[in-house]
Design a protein around this ligand. Structure first.
Ligand code: NZQ
Ligand code: ZN
Length: 395
């Protein structure tokens, strides 16, 4: 087991009607003037925004509001939020939505703590954050795990760059998680969310670590649970217990629990390659991951055979009888593809709905190489030329 630092300070308030506690929680964490930040339509249409505002009013907390965050959230909206927050003396950001809204909120929180510098410099990795306003969330989709994570992913819509910045200081103060809020999700978003949740654990799972028995048991149990309930939700989207299992899995998959002791915190190549696809083609994050993972897995498994065998047997239920280790790995990857298909997810870029040209593939590979400083991967260390081949094999 490698050394690790596990820091998960977010208070989780889970269950039905928990959004009514938003005011009490903001007050507990020192908020007196709040920016209520949300997305395009869903939270407004369902009446959730009104309930959250009422909860703030009941505690005598002032607020201003800004909607319109899009999936793969834009830097321009972050800048708009900063101006509004400055004008209103905001001291707390309350995200009501999914990963995109939470990340937009985190970026606003970073910007407000350092008005002398451009916040994009964090995402360009030319400087580190010096501070951050407190952020809390009312989660409406189980997927990105941003409600407990140290990550923030923003797209610069002018350059087409989608970039992540990670820092423990941005981990939200609280996460309100009412699984009932997620029943209005279209099935595609539910399943893209389940895929992203699994990928957050799989990115950490495929590494060259030694004994990780407890971490592996947690990771494998989480993956099997998400697969089970993703299929149930595909047939029965209003099943509360299934929504609850998936929502809790989403937070545990990305609060670092399933990577404790893994080398370098995990592999993360599939995420990096998907972020380039998101920046160039604005695809749904989880679906983009499903489209790139099989190509990545086939490219690297021979260098990470023990883990791929373990995954095939313990997670995908592959019968080892008569198979070579390579055969077991390939059967595990094929079983994961079949699972993706069974929940309506793509297994390559064409099924995702994009057909990048050779030039676009080279541009995405170059962008990925810039984002990671040249190389990435713990399952197998990969370079720009490898990124090109993985994209080509994912067509
Ligand atoms: O804008 P509205 O109308 O709310 O529609 C949203 C959006 O279209 C809709 N939605 C959300 N809750 C709903 C709902 N529709 C009906 N009922 C509800 N209850 O779902 C769509 C997707 O929302 P989004 O917030 O984009 O989803 P997700 O949580 O998957 O977030 C994706 C973003 O997070 C980033 C991704 O790259 C992407 O930009 N990630 C953030 C991470 C982090 N900060 O830790 C880690 C992840 O790996 C990921 O990269
Ligand atoms: Zn993700």
């Amino acid at each position: 087991m490698f050394n690790f630092n596990y820091y998960t300070p977010t208070q989780v308030v889970f269950g039905r009607d928990t959004e009514l506690e938003a005011g009490r929680l903001v007050k507990k964490y020192g908020g007196t003037s709040v920016l209520v930040h949300y997305g395009g339509r869903s939270a407004k249409r369902s009446g959730l925004i009104d309930r959250v505002k009422k909860a703030l009013e009941d505690e005598g907390i002032q607020y201003c509001e800004l909607g319109g965050v899009v999936p793969n959230p834009h830097l321009g909206k972050v800048r708009e939020g900063v101006e509004l927050a400055k004008a209103n003396g905001v001291d707390f950001i309350l995200a009501v939505g999914g990963g995109s809204v939470i990340d937009s909120s985190k970026a606003i929180a970073y910007a407000l703590a350092d008005l002398d510098h451009d916040v994009w410099e964090l995402f360009a990795h030319t400087r580190s954050a010096v501070g951050c306003l407190p952020v809390g969330s009312v989660l409406t989709i189980a997927a990105a795990g941003s409600e407990m994570s140290a990550s923030c992913v923003i797209t610069n819509e002018e350059t087409g760059e989608k970039r992540a910045y990670d820092d423990d200081i941005v981990r939200p103060k609280f996460a309100i998680m009412n699984p009932a809020l997620t029943v209005t999700l279209p099935d595609y978003q539910t399943q893209a969310g389940c895929t992203d949740i699994m990928m957050h654990t799989m990115e950490r799972y495929f590494n060259q670590g030694g004994t990780l028995e407890l971490t592996d048991e947690i990771a494998e149990g989480l993956l099997r649970t998400v697969m089970k309930y993703a299929k149930i939700l595909h047939e029965d989207p209003s099943n509360y217990d299934a929504r609850a299992e998936i929502m809790w899995a989403g937070s545990l998959a990305h609060n670092d629990l399933t990577g404790c002791g893994a080398a370098s915190g995990g592999d993360w190549t599939s995420h990096m390659l998907e972020h380039e696809m998101g920046g160039m083609f604005d695809v749904t994050h989880g679906a983009g991951l499903a489209a790139i993972w099989p190509s990545w897995a086939r490219y690297v498994y021979k260098d990470c055979m023990d883990r791929f065998v373990q995954f095939a047997v313990n997670v995908m239920g592959v019968d080892v009888g008569g198979r070579t280790p390579e055969g077991i790995c390939e059967a595990g990857i094929a079983a994961m593809e079949n699972f993706y298909r069974s929940i309506g997810m793509p297994t390559n870029m064409k099924e995702l709905g994009i057909e990048p040209t050779d030039e676009q593939i080279r541009a995405m590979a170059a962008g990925a190489a810039r984002a990671c400083g040249g190389s990435r991967g713990t399952a197998k260390l990969l370079f720009e030329e490898d990124f090109v081949k993985i994209y080509e094999n994912a067509r």
